[in-house]
Unconditional design. Structure first.
Length: 232
């Protein structure tokens, strides 16, 4: 029997300096705007046979589609110019193998704010109906899986207020291995908002945030755990 490997991937998402700052620029000095792109950071942990952990950090990004959805959600008002809805919520997770250039699996291409999905999403599971986004092509099966849990944590840098949402996704032995079980070279992942979290959900799915990382070969002998921290 193949020995199971457990990999834990921690994803941290937060906003850049002055991203949400309000100010009346009476002096017409706009330098205070700074870098307004939502920024994030991904930490990847792999449990090795000796119990140690291998750590790698990479940035992630909240994309424009996700920010447009947030604006609707905050005000409970429909924006007819976008496909998302104020009633949608983050409920799904997707994986892909298009996060690195061809022939260079260790050099991720950074996400772009204009991303509307993963570069090349992969089939998560062929038949488990607790998953979502069922497709007939290019590979028959479900392309998104539900979140395992969401917990609220205190932010020690902001008066211990509950501003951190800890999302856990476990990509088990049966998920993300390809139709024939040969596995994928995973290199990207995303959180998606949708109208419901019910199995078989058909969308529309709105990409909230995307990460890219050096390729990880996923087979049935490996279990991946993604810990995705969303800061509000």
């Amino acid at each position: 029997m193949d020995k199971k490997e457990n990999i834990q991937i921690n994803v941290f998402e937060h906003y850049g300096e002055n991203c949400l700052q309000d100010r009346n620029p009476l002096d017409n000095d706009l330098k205070y705007l700074g870098d307004r792109k939502p920024k994030g950071f991904v930490e990847i942990y792999e449990t090795l046979p000796d119990g140690s952990k291998k750590i790698l950090g990479k940035p992630n990004l909240v994309v424009y589609d996700g920010r447009e959805w947030i604006a609707q959600r905050i005000f409970n008002t429909i924006n007819s110019n976008v496909t998302s809805s104020p009633g949608d919520f983050i409920a799904w997770f997707g994986l892909g193998d298009g996060g690195t250039p061809a022939g260079d699996p260790l050099n991720p291409t950074a996400p772009s704010a204009t991303d509307t999905g993963l570069n090349n999403d992969i089939m998560i599971n062929a038949s488990d109906s607790t998953n979502a986004d069922y497709r007939l092509t290019p590979t028959v099966g479900y392309y998104k899986q539900p979140l395992e849990s969401v917990e609220f944590e205190q932010d020690i840098n902001n008066s211990n207020q509950y501003l951190i949402c800890k999302t856990t996704i476990i990509v088990g032995a049966d998920n993300g291995n390809g139709y024939n079980g040969n596995g994928y070279n995973l290199s990207e992942a995303g959180l998606f908002a949708a109208p419901s979290s019910a199995g078989g959900e058909t969308g529309p799915f709105t990409l909230y945030a995307r990460i890219t990382f050096p390729s990880i070969v996923k087979t049935s002998s490996r279990i991946l755990t993604f810990i995705w921290y969303v800061y509000v």
